[in-house]
Ligand binder design. Structure first.
Ligand code: RIB
Ligand code: CA
Length: 307
């Protein structure tokens, strides 16, 4: 069994990534820590709790930061729906998280499994940054951290230069990127290139016919509309699930080691992940950046998780 801890701003693609991890037989999800991002903290919590219940799993869910370290919260409810799961009328209320703050739980769980814990981050990095600020030596106890965030190469999704998770809390991202943790960055370029699903491909998954198969597709209702009209995609894309797939099976992505820096300005200088491809800064690479992915292996893993 491999130990995972997942930090998430639980909305429609995060939920699919949670299903993949919770249904993976050789993975023990020791904690799910929730952060504000796609939706405010409260709905993100309910979405994570609902998804754990739907998977008949027992992973504890903890509340974390309700806003970025220094900036006001900017949500993406136009992308994922007001409730974050496509506004399809799911009963996303009345569930109670485990006691304790996510930043404290991250510290406790990482220390309890030092050297044998994979951290997967699916949202803004506020909780993780807070834990690292409180205890910098945590970075040495994390086996590997897989980050859905940034852009390995190409354009952004929230501005031309930035991807949403990094853009929401660039200061937190800078702290994490400079923490010394062994890290892999799966940028939004990997998602739109290898994890976009058109109507036929979505139906192929939904036709598996289980409640989970229908759930992972039906909750993409708002994301589909947004992706096709705003992101010029042929359907919805699944950035968090393809990042989770890389964490479950690292052979699914090809990576290159680069120095990657985060900008903390405003406007177009907000939340950029600057990849030093040619090494011109002469600063030691600290990030494995995914450069391509095996879509077939990803889709097979996704299908297995809902079968
Ligand atoms: O930019 C995509 C990322 O932002 C994904 O994690 C999505 O869930 C949102 O959090
Ligand atoms: Ca997310």
């Amino acid at each position: 069994m491999r130990n995972f801890i997942i930090d998430t701003d639980t909305a429609s693609d995060d939920a699919v990534a949670l299903v993949m991890a919770l249904r993976q037989p050789d993975i023990a999800v020791k904690a799910i820590t929730v952060v504000a991002g796609n939706v405010p903290l409260a709905p993100a919590l309910q979405n994570a709790l609902y998804t754990v219940e739907l998977c008949a799993a027992d992973a504890p869910v903890y509340a974390g930061c309700a806003k970025p370290l220094l900036r006001e919260l900017e949500t993406a409810q136009d992308v994922h729906g007001q409730d974050g799961l496509g506004d399809i009328g799911l009963p996303l209320y009345g569930r109670t998280p485990a006691p304790g703050h996510a930043a404290d739980v991250l510290r406790a769980v990482i220390k309890a499994h030092a050297g044998d814990i994979t951290l997967v981050t699916l949202g803004p990095l506020t909780n993780v940054a807070l834990a690292l600020l409180r205890e910098p030596e945590l970075a040495r106890s994390v086996s590997h951290c897989y980050i859905m965030g940034g852009i390995g190469s190409g354009h952004g999704n929230v501005t031309p230069t930035a991807e949403f998770n990094i853009w929401v809390d660039p200061e937190a991202a800078k702290i994490v990127f400079e923490s010394g943790m062994p890290m892999t960055m799966v940028g939004w370029d990997i998602s739109w290139k290898y994890a976009t699903f058109d109507a036929r491909q979505a139906e192929e998954i939904r036709r598996i016919g289980t409640p989970l198969a229908e759930f992972v597709i039906d909750i993409q209702a708002t994301l589909t509309e947004f992706s096709m009209t705003e992101n010029a995609l042929a359907g919805f894309d699944l950035p968090d699930p393809i990042t989770m797939a890389a964490a479950i099976d690292p052979s699914i992505v090809d990576c290159r080691e680069y120095r990657v820096d985060v900008t903390t300005g405003d406007g177009l200088e907000r939340g950029m992940t600057v990849v030093d491809v040619l090494g011109v800064t002469k600063r030691a690479p600290q990030m494995r950046v995914a450069t391509r992915a095996d879509r077939a292996a990803f889709v097979d893993m996704l299908k297995r998780s809902v079968s």
